[in-house]
Design a protein around this ligand. Structure first.
Ligand code: AGP
Length: 364
């Protein structure tokens, strides 16, 4: 595929900068202010059916799996349905119990990832209800699913997913809000989430304005042989995705860990040569996260914080605008897309086509 590059040197850079527009698109026409909910035309799930869901299981691979982790947290928080995400590739092979009261959701940018498609087919064979959260309209997974939410990120060409990740998390926020409002989410909370969603495009542009500073940070960190990414609860999937981005595009080894697990092992790795990127949202875990930064600082570890306010223990802080707590993960990964991009650029990597990778993995 070849699309207009609009002055960008790579599709990755172009797609990172398209995110405000992309988010605008996934929201467009779906918000219902009158009832503080959203309309998702393709869901094929009425309110009565929605109320009968006992669990939600989200399946995807790579970046889509990480978006699914964020989606599971949103569904659990807003709709109070137990939810979790699992790599589709693992799910397929563990002879999982398929439960009729569970709603299964397959997540995929391309809609063609074989492991996800095979999981969907297996689920359908066993009578499960499967929704798709898919970007490419009319793709195999979209066709196979009983219904779903299109992500509307637009064409994504770079092998490394950026705008589709962000839009997928927004699509999950819409789904979580919708499910929440058919269950126990109040009108007031519905309104609060809708207001938060509307702020996203502008907040994304605010983040992207910091590109020059992030570029300088990337150039400094490009010498690292390995990096640690930490976060907890809402911050953890963000850390996972940021770590994958860096690995894929810069080939620097990176590992993501829940900040709460540091003391159970990874703390042994901390030294000046292993920088840590910490996701530090201003939510009820702020003090806990600060304590983790202190632990790292005490061992002379370098820290780059992505936070809503300046972090004293960090060597640098990239400030992200605050949204509603539940929606914060949508924004917190965006500066780290830029970090991965500029690190890869400093190292002269093949940004749009990293070695050994394909845009969609349509074989086993
Ligand atoms: C994303 O940066 C990766 N290249 C990869 O993990 C990707 O997300 C995964 O292969 C799933 O693809 P899909 O979303 O098209 O199903």
């Amino acid at each position: 595929a070849s699309y207009d590059m609009g002055g960008h040197d790579t599709y990755m850079h172009k797609e990172i900068h398209e995110q405000a527009d992309a988010v605008d698109r996934v929201l467009r026409g779906r918000i219902d202010d009158r009832f503080s909910t959203v309309h998702l035309g393709g869901l094929n799930l009425d309110a009565r059916e929605a109320r009968q869901i006992r669990r939600v299981k989200i399946l995807g691979c790579g970046t889509s799996y990480h978006a699914g982790m964020i989606g599971a947290q949103m569904i659990e928080e807003l709709a109070r349905i137990p939810a979790d995400a699992e790599p589709a590739s693992e799910f397929r092979y563990r002879n999982a119990v398929v439960d009729p009261d569970t709603l299964y959701i397959a997540v995929s940018q391309s809609g063609e990832t074989y492991d996800v498609l095979a999981a969907v087919q297996e689920l359908k064979r066993k009578g499960a209800r499967v929704l798709g959260v898919v970007n490419v309209v009319g793709s195999a997974i979209a066709r196979e699913a009983d219904g779903g939410v299109y992500v509307h990120a637009g064409p994504e060409v770079c092998v490394v997913s950026t705008k589709c990740f962000t839009n997928t998390t927004v699509a999950f926020a819409l789904l979580a809000l919708h499910l929440g409002r058919t269950r126990d989410l109040s009108v007031r909370d519905g309104k609060r989430i809708i207001e938060g969603l509307r702020k996203l495009p502008e907040q994304i542009n605010e983040i992207l304005k910091q590109e020059e500073e992030i570029k300088e940070l990337a150039e400094a960190y490009a010498e690292a042989r390995s990096m640690l990414f930490i976060g907890r609860v809402r911050g953890y999937p963000v850390a996972r995705e940021a770590s994958l981005k860096l690995k894929e595009v810069s080939y620097i080894h990176a590992e993501a860990y829940p900040a709460s697990e540091l003391k159970h092992g990874p703390l042994a790795l901390i030294e000046p040569a292993l920088p840590t990127v910490a996701i530090v949202p201003d939510d009820d875990l702020l003090e806990k996260n600060r304590a983790a930064l202190e632990e790292i600082k005490a061992r002379s570890g370098k820290i780059l914080a992505v936070a809503h306010q300046h972090q004293e223990k960090a060597d640098q802080t990239v400030i992200v605008p605050k949204n509603e707590d539940e929606l914060d993960p949508i924004l917190m990964g965006i500066p780290l897309q830029l970090l991965a991009y500029h690190t890869a650029k400093a190292l002269g990597r093949d940004i749009d086509k990293p070695r050994n990778l394909a845009k969609s993995v349509t074989v086993e």
